[in-house]
Design a protein around this ligand. Structure first.
Ligand code: GUN
Length: 293
């Protein structure tokens, strides 16, 4: 076994996201100088989940800072399905709105699939509508979910060509695992999707040249699960109690254990998180260009 420690590179998601936001901001300024509309983003938040409220606030802040119109629609936690569908229908028909995002998870009485189905696919900046998910898997232009798109950008920052690389996707959600697998496949990687029912997760992970972890369990991926030199993309944002009783955020990967083994890793926080919003802004600009020219 190779025991020589590797100099693990830390992938700076914050800096890469800032670069992407700067590019979007200048594209929007140029667009508006040419007499075109400002891209408009509408985010619907149902209920008062504190983590969701923070995400929505940050999306609003970054959209405004980039020069977009940004509206936030807050509905009560007990809002009926019909009310939520009415809001989506209004936004579908509003010419100033180019991107619609319904913050997930929704309260248990609301069916997220039904809501997503109601969004105009051309405004579905989450890439969750079956039309966009299907187009992505068919290799057609689509709006693609923001977090996997951000992950791909981070992988490309250390490995421009994914051809023949074995990417293991840990997690199979519609928002992350499935679109990540499709993006990696389109980039010529060999892709495995593993999940909670997979046998021998450590063994599967050890085969991966690129490991993307989105399982929602703090530090589940240990140092001895990692192939030396692998690229690790940690999508986890897990709040746990710190030593002084304050809550701290940990990823799905045991960062300290994989340092010196992995070739590169995204930190938590400061890795994937900032990329998600930057990609949301990119999708909103793309949607505005397709809808308004
Ligand atoms: N909740 C956590 N991440 C996301 C996201 O990317 N989109 C939506 N709609 N909800 C989320």
């Amino acid at each position: 076994m190779n025991t020589t420690p590797i100099q693990t590179r830390i992938i700076d998601g914050k800096a890469i996201a800032a670069e992407l936001r700067a590019k979007i901001t200048s594209d929007i300024a140029e667009r508006m100088a040419n007499g075109k509309t400002a891209p408009g983003l509408a985010v619907i938040l149902v209920g008062d989940d504190p983590a969701s409220a923070i995400y929505v606030r940050n999306k609003h802040r970054d959209a405004r800072a980039a020069g977009m119109n940004s509206i936030e629609i807050r509905l009560d936690a007990d809002c009926p399905m019909s009310r939520l569908l009415d809001e989506v229908a209004k936004l579908n028909h509003d010419p100033d709105v180019h991107g619609i995002l319904v913050q997930l998870p929704l309260p248990a009485h609301l069916d997220s699939n039904q809501v997503i189905d109601a969004i105009n696919p051309a405004k579905d900046v989450d890439g969750l509508h079956p039309v966009n998910a299907g187009r992505l898997s068919s290799g057609l232009p689509a709006l693609v979910s923001c977090t996997p798109q951000g992950c791909l950008t981070l992988i490309h920052s250390v490995l421009p060509d994914l051809s023949g690389q074995h990417l293991l996707m840990l997690g199979r959600s519609n928002l992350m695992g499935k679109p990540m697998a499709q993006l990696a496949l389109a980039a010529n990687a060999t892709v495995t999707i593993a999940h909670s029912k997979s046998r021998d997760l450590p063994g599967l992970c050890r085969q991966a040249d690129i490991l993307v972890a989105a399982v929602g369990r703090a530090e589940m991926v240990r140092g001895d699960w990692i192939k030396p030199g692998a690229i690790i993309i940690d999508v986890g944002i897990n709040r746990i109690d710190g030593p002084d009783g304050k809550s701290i955020i940990k990823g799905d990967v045991h960062f300290d254990q994989v340092m010196g083994i992995a070739g590169a890793i995204t930190p938590v926080p400061g890795g994937v998180g900032p990329m998600t919003i930057a990609c949301l802004l990119a999708n909103t600009l793309t949607a505005a260009k397709r809808l308004d020219g």
